[in-house]
Design a protein around this ligand. Sequence first.
Ligand code: FCX
Length: 436
Amino acid sequence: WFTVVLGVLAIIPAKRERLQALRSQHGSVALSSGVTVDSIVGGMRGLKCMVWEGSELDAYKGIRFHGMSITECQRKLPAANSGEMLPEAMFWLILTSEIPSAAQISSFSSTLAKYSELPKHTTDLLDSLPKSLHPMTQLSIAVSTLNHDSSFAKQYAAGLHKKDYWSPTFDDSINLLAKLPTIASRIYRNIYDAKDQGIDQHADWSMNFARGMGMGENSGMVDMIRLYLALHGDHEGGNVSAHTAHLVNSALADPYLSYASALNGLAGPLHGLAAQEVLVWVLKMQKEIGDDASEEAIEKYLWKTLNSGQVVPGYGHGVLRNPDPRFTALQDFAKRTKGCSDDPLVKLVIKNSQVATKVMKEHGKAKNPFPNVDATSGVLLNHFGMQQTNFYTVVFGVSRAIGCLAQLVWDRALGLPIERPKSMSIEAIFKAIEEK
Ligand code: FCX
């Protein structure tokens, strides 16, 4: 092991130099139509190379669900009695491009409740996992086990015609949506010893999620979960979780295996885990500089993070070049919910959002100096009673299924092929440029 490590260490500086030279000398050279060296070595930023039906992301306006902004969705989608839009209505819109009626959503919520029960092998496995295992790992494991009863896998093995793949994909997707809150809340109870209030067959998806965590009577939390699940559902297809689900499913792995893979990507700190990272970072800041910290003290704390080579969690974005409208929607929720904006930690997050953008601009590296959704989601979950920061990405994981699973249905209905982009070594790219 040691000799191999030494061998790798010896060649890292030279390889880094070659990559740097490639970018600085030939970054804008296109190797195939529209595909520059920069896009090949730069994480394929902005490369238009996949179909995604449910939503589109504009760098300045933010997310649109079949053309509708978040505010329009809040106005037009069926809502709970409290007025908060229902995430299952967002799923319907994303999948069908139609605004469902209240009656359709009420019946859909009941369907989700009806299929929410988990198979015994899944609950036994979940109950056997160590409490110290990260809840995202537990979620991904549990979702994978549902593949045991996949309609798609069974019908495919029995010789299903290609044109019908979408139908069992749809069945598995609805079944998975129904079961995700049950899995997530079981993980919550197993790790944090909460009380199970049981599934209410007449309640909506979010209420049953909250009930599974013993929070069904906490109306602020239930509404926060409704909004959170609706907002995080889809953010077009290029992000790590969405793209992973689409990629893995393109090999005709069933929706459970595809979505479990997406969850493993969501668990990365530059993606969904940022929700957890933000609150951990803010709590450390609070401990170090206090609740009522001055702008100078916040600024100093931000520079300390940046100067130690770490990212400021909750800031920056691969596509957005303005404050994230999902961030704004959550901040609006805090403003209209009694007591929320008086919470010292919520106040600190708001103050930080003003100072951080200024510091990020001065730092000059991030193309987007503004807050993304993760900058504020955790502090609100914390306000309503979910203090367990390492569970925040699980809530994200329940939500992101909305967009990923709707797309898998379309992927199979449209007969999209297995994904197989072309890769090249650094030297092969140099050679291709020379030969041009
Ligand atoms: N703090 C410090 N540096 C940052 C930064 C931040 N918040 N955001 C970007 N940068 C740095 C990058 O690390 C990169 O540095 P490098 O040149 O040394 O590699 C440089 O600025 C340019 O990056 P940029 O093109 O602006 O951003 P990317 O598309 O590469 O990355 C993410 C986008 C979101 C990964 C990046 O902004 C980041 O790490 N943010 C913090 C983590 C976070 O909040 N993630 C959640 C994002 C999202 F909302 C979600 O998926 O949920």
